[in-house]
Ligand binder design. Structure first.
Ligand code: SF4
Length: 372
């Protein structure tokens, strides 16, 4: 459908900057230009809501106030501080990049887009965001919010899952960016903020309070709510698992996940592939060298990752025996110290109850072992 283009895209800049200066949310990472702090916030905010990041950000920086502190952090402490934030490879990449900065770059972050892009875990968006926020570089930070605002504003129907669309949008934004470093910082933040609080996803945009309403083609043409166009993701794979809460003398069995792959190096409750019935779960326990003495309850839980869903069945078992060499028997304080991903949250809360109440018989629906 033919439509009148914006007179020039640059007409959005003055109202966008003015709106941000009057309305920006007060967020701690916006009060600093320190590249380490900006970088930590940008990594934490990837695929994670602002409200969820706030507490983690403060705790993380208290624990690791400098890039050197992060570079030398014990892995266990790092992962514990990241526990619950998800996408744990981000924490590993943070430390890997911190080591590069601390060791190879004399503790100074690269001050260019290209230099930042070379660090582990830093992609196009993060490099642009840090280069602009910390160093005032004219680099458009194009995240999902910016893609949404831009496609609505210009009535762009390109598929934003296609890297070519993203590249084209970046190339259209770059020439309209302000020149002054302070305005550059504000411009990128403002574009993202508008998408986060006004030109919102998952519902009608709030065009009546939008500073760009007079320029917006999507609003004028009635297409805004149907934009952006995004090709559907592939369906997630479903994996079934059986999780074991083995309890023995006030301790619960844990084991460490492999050092690569999903949730690499984090702690988990022993588990096996597939949904095992009680007899099969008992047989698996015996294979691990454990003898169940009381069979307690069956739990179910589901956890959704970006590409896979875990559908879990769990058994709470009192056992005797040590289990394989990679089992670690944790009491309450030891359990607290270890980073256990939120995929196991249902089982972790049960484990805490078990350890907190000293003994499993009292608080569970006790029963006779079906394997006795
Ligand atoms: Fe988004 Fe509406 Fe503003 Fe256009 S006018 S940018 S659709 S909030």
């Amino acid at each position: 459908m033919p439509h009148a283009p914006l007179t020039t895209l640059s007409e959005i800049v003055p109202p966008l900057l003015a709106w941000y200066r009057a309305n920006a949310r007060d967020l701690p990472w916006r009060k600093t230009r320190d590249s380490y702090r900006v970088w930590v916030s940008e990594i934490m905010l990837q695929q994670t809501r602002v409200a969820a990041v706030l507490g983690y950000y403060q705790r993380f920086l208290s624990a690791f106030p400098s890039v050197e502190a992060l570079a030398h952090a014990p892995e266990e402490r790092l992962m514990k501080l990241w526990e619950g934030l998800g996408y744990y490879s981000r924490a590993r990449n943070l430390q890997s990049a911190a080591r590069t900065v601390a060791t190879d770059l004399g503790g100074e972050f690269p001050d260019t887009y290209e230099g930042l892009l070379a660090l582990p875990g830093v992609g196009d968006y993060t490099a642009s965001a840090v280069a602009s926020a910390s160093f005032g570089r004219r680099e458009p930070a194009v995240d999902g919010n910016v893609l949404r605002v831009f496609t609505r504003l210009t009535d762009c129907h390109g598929d934003i899952a296609d890297p070519k669309t993203k590249k084209s949008i970046r190339e259209q934004i770059e020439p309209i960016m302000p020149i002054e470093p302070e305005d550059i910082r504000v411009f990128n933040q403002a574009f993202m903020e508008l998408g986060a609080v006004v030109c919102v996803p998952g519902g009608p945009p709030k065009c009546d309070v939008c500073p760009l309403a007079d320029s917006c083609l999507g609003r004028r043409l009635g297409t805004a709510e149907s934009l952006p166009v995004k090709s559907p993701k592939k369906a997630r794979r479903v994996e079934e698992k059986t999780v074991f809460l083995f309890s023995r003398s006030g301790k619960i069995a844990l084991r460490k996940r492999p050092s690569d792959g999903l949730l690499a190096g984090l702690w988990e409750f022993p588990n096996a592939d597939g949904t095992l019935d009680e007899a099969a779960a008992g047989a698996q326990s015996i294979l691990w060298g454990l003898t169940p003495s009381a069979w307690n309850q069956r739990l179910t839980a589901k956890h959704i990752f970006s590409h896979v869903e875990w559908h879990m069945t769990g058994y709470v078992l009192e056992v005797s025996g040590d289990g394989p060499g990679d089992f670690f028997w944790a009491d309450g304080p030891e359990l607290e110290k270890r980073a256990i991903p939120s995929a196991f949250a249902r089982f972790l809360s049960e484990a805490k109850i078990l350890l907190g109440e000293k003994g499993t018989e009292k608080n569970l629906e006790g029963g006779t072992s079906p394997w006795a």
